[in-house]
Design a binder for this molecule. Structure first.
Ligand SMILES: Cc1ncc(COP(=O)(O)O)c(C=O)c1O
Length: 365
């Protein structure tokens, strides 16, 4: 394997659909830590549990892997404006990479998106349009017409250039585990890009004989928006769209993974993988454990991977010696309101040692 000093995803330049290095738009994305989460693993009886910490990516989510490639191509093709609809994370990412590239950006989000995500996209100078309507239908329909009307560069998962970026998960894992291949890689799943692209990345390395086997891939979804899990369980070749219900995992609240759902299903099957749906309670428990036992604050959507690892271990689908990688795809500060604070935490104490002793006595440390 070729070694490079570049620690961004661009060390794998030859695997991406960009013609010239001068077109690269990079904010330093890639080589995110792959952490051996011993304490969390102990809790789940999974000594080989690893967390791929994508919360540290430039805009705090996995979308930077996609948009670094997608916006580089937009620049190469001479577009002036990039656009996307988003449950939040893609909006911030498209906005940031457009800013770095000197492109305008227009992002559409459904009403009810966490203000922190809208603020972030605005901070990067995007034109943010909040649309009163359902993400999968109303916002998507308006977006499609707008792309045609205004000729913007489309940064949705229907853009094949953009999708290539998440292949870097596979490349990095091979590198970071020194050639050892995980038994399972669990990915929080909405549109299906991560599953599809990771599998493509692993297959490229297999065809180059740089590795001799690939992991089983697992799609982790919220029960409230689980069309890929349903299609997988029913043995269907494509997803049947559902109306996504409210879930704490709001970044993956997608009921109609229209362009890549079927490809993600094929990848799950080819890899002998699985698909798991999680309740909000399971997701919040996983988020809390990931924070308190691994030191990583992941947003609820991201913690679905950890919740799935726990569930699959409890069900003995994952064996005790298996190497498991959970992708943590978004930072907890993206959706801080998901962490409930009790009244007691917020009630100030008097500035005395006596009051401090009293509070500590009544608080679990
Ligand atoms: C935090 C987070 N995790 C995971 C995903 C899943 O995306 P995909 O299934 O397209 O890889 C998204 C985006 O939709 C996201 O924002």
């Amino acid at each position: 394997m070729r070694q490079s000093r570049d620690q961004t995803i661009w060390r794998w330049f030859d695997f991406f659909p960009v013609q010239n290095r001068t077109s690269i738009v990079s904010l330093g994305e890639g080589s995110t830590p792959l952490i051996h989460a011993r304490r969390l693993g102990e809790k789940f009886w999974l000594p080989n549990l690893y967390l791929k910490n994508d919360t540290v990516l430039p805009t705090g989510s996995l979308k930077d892997r996609s948009n670094s490639v997608g916006i580089s191509v937009a620049k190469e093709l001479g577009f002036e404006t990039a656009a996307v609809i988003s449950t939040g994370n893609a909006a911030a990412s498209v906005a940031a990479y457009s800013a770095a590239a000197g492109l305008n950006s227009v992002v559409m989000v459904p009403a009810g998106t966490a203000p922190s995500k809208i603020i972030q996209a605005r901070a990067y100078g995007a034109t943010v349009i909040v649309v009163d309507g359902d993400f999968d239908y109303d916002v998507a329909k308006l977006y499609k017409s707008a792309i045609q009307e205004f000729g913007w560069y489309d940064c949705l998962s229907s853009n094949p250039y953009r999708d290539e970026g998440k292949k870097s998960y596979a490349y990095e894992m091979v590198d970071q585990l020194n050639g050892r291949i995980p038994d399972w890689v669990i990915h929080p799943t909405a549109g299906g890009t991560g599953i599809y692209a990771m599998w493509k990345g692993y297959k490229e390395f297999l065809s180059l004989a740089w590795i001799d086997r690939a992991p089983k891939l697992v799609a982790a979804q919220s029960e409230a928006a689980a069309p890929i899990v349903t299609a997988f369980d029913k043995g269907l070749a494509d997803v049947i769209p559902v109306v996504a219900r409210e879930t704490v995992a709001e970044s993956i609240q997608v009921g109609n993974p229209v362009s890549l759902g079927w490809r993600a299903l094929a990848a799950l099957r080819e890899s002998n993988g699985a698909a798991v749906a999680l309740s909000d309670a399971e997701i919040l428990e996983a988020q809390a454990l990931t924070g308190s036992l691994a030191g990583i604050f992941a947003e609820p959507a991201a913690a679905t991977s950890v919740a799935a690892a726990k569930k699959m271990r409890d069900d003995r689908v994952i064996g005790v010696d298996d190497i498991v990688v959970c992708n943590l795809t978004g930072h907890g500060l993206k959706q801080p309101e998901a962490v409930r604070l009790s009244e007691k935490v917020l009630t100030p104490i008097a500035p005395t040692l006596e009051a401090l002793r009293e509070r500590i006595k009544r608080t679990e440390c």
